[in-house]
Design a protein around this ligand. Structure first.
Ligand SMILES: CCCCCCCC/C=C\CCCCCCCC(=O)SCCNC(=O)CCNC(=O)[C@H](O)C(C)(C)COP(=O)(O)OP(=O)(O)OC[C@H]1O[C@@H](n2cnc3c(N)ncnc32)[C@H](O)[C@@H]1OP(=O)(O)O
Length: 165
């Protein structure tokens, strides 16, 4: 059930920007996808900007989780497959510094039916120490996933509005 992942043209390494970043032309989280390496893992250059500062000088945990979600979610995409996150488990191993060059790597550990079990890590580029790690299950979807969502949402909201108040 391999399929295209949308209408947006992928960049030279096969990565697509999420809907919210297409108008800017760059990932607002600060990721740059470098593509697949010779082991089938996806590499990233990453920088956490000051807009994501949580504690003094360090990233908000939501940035770390979102960044790992993006990294793990890119794995199937670079294999021409649309997946969405079913679950994500994040380990916040060390504070992530703002404005320091980081590296990311994500890969598929195994597949179980239509579910991709992916893994990824964020490291401090200067030393290679691992700052954050995630495992996640990504469910393969048909291209009509977002159309189905719109139809489901419409029906769901109509169901409530039909009820007498
Ligand atoms: C942002 C998406 C990226 C898309 C790519 C676009 C272009 C490029 C962009 C960017 C590149 C970088 C890469 C992005 C990385 C980020 C990844 C994310 O953060 S994804 C967002 C967070 N995750 C969700 O929103 C999932 C929400 N949950 C679900 O949709 C389901 O729970 C799901 C698919 C995870 C279930 O997985 P199951 O493996 O159990 O699949 P089954 O058994 O087929 O589905 C179970 C039930 O889920 C519902 N469901 C599934 N799809 C649905 C839909 N489209 N609308 C409504 N309900 C749906 C239905 O009730 C369905 O049952 P019935 O198929 O009806 O029998």
């Amino acid at each position: 059930m391999s399929q295209a992942t949308g209408t947006i043209t992928p960049d030279s390494v096969g990565h697509r920007l999420c809907a919210a970043c297409q108008s800017v032309g760059a990932c607002k989280l600060g990721l740059k996808c470098l593509g697949l390496d010779d082991q089938g893992a996806v590499d990233f250059d990453i920088l956490c900007g000051p807009q994501f500062e949580g504690g003094r000088g360090v990233a908000h945990g939501g940035w770390t989780a979102a960044t790992l979600d993006e990294m793990l979610g890119t794995v199937a995409m670079l294999h021409q497959t649309l997946t969405v996150t079913k679950s994500l488990t994040v380990e916040f191993l060390k504070p992530v510094p703002i404005g320091q060059t980081l590296k990311g790597r994500a890969w598929n550990d195994h597949k179980q039916g239509h579910r991709w079990h992916n893994v990824g890590e964020i490291v401090l580029a200067a030393t290679g120490v691992v700052l954050g790690r995630a495992t996640g299950v990504f469910s393969q979807r048909n291209p009509d996933h977002f159309d189905r969502h719109e139809a489901w949402l419409k029906a769901e909201l109509e169901r409530v509005s039909d009820q007498p108040s």
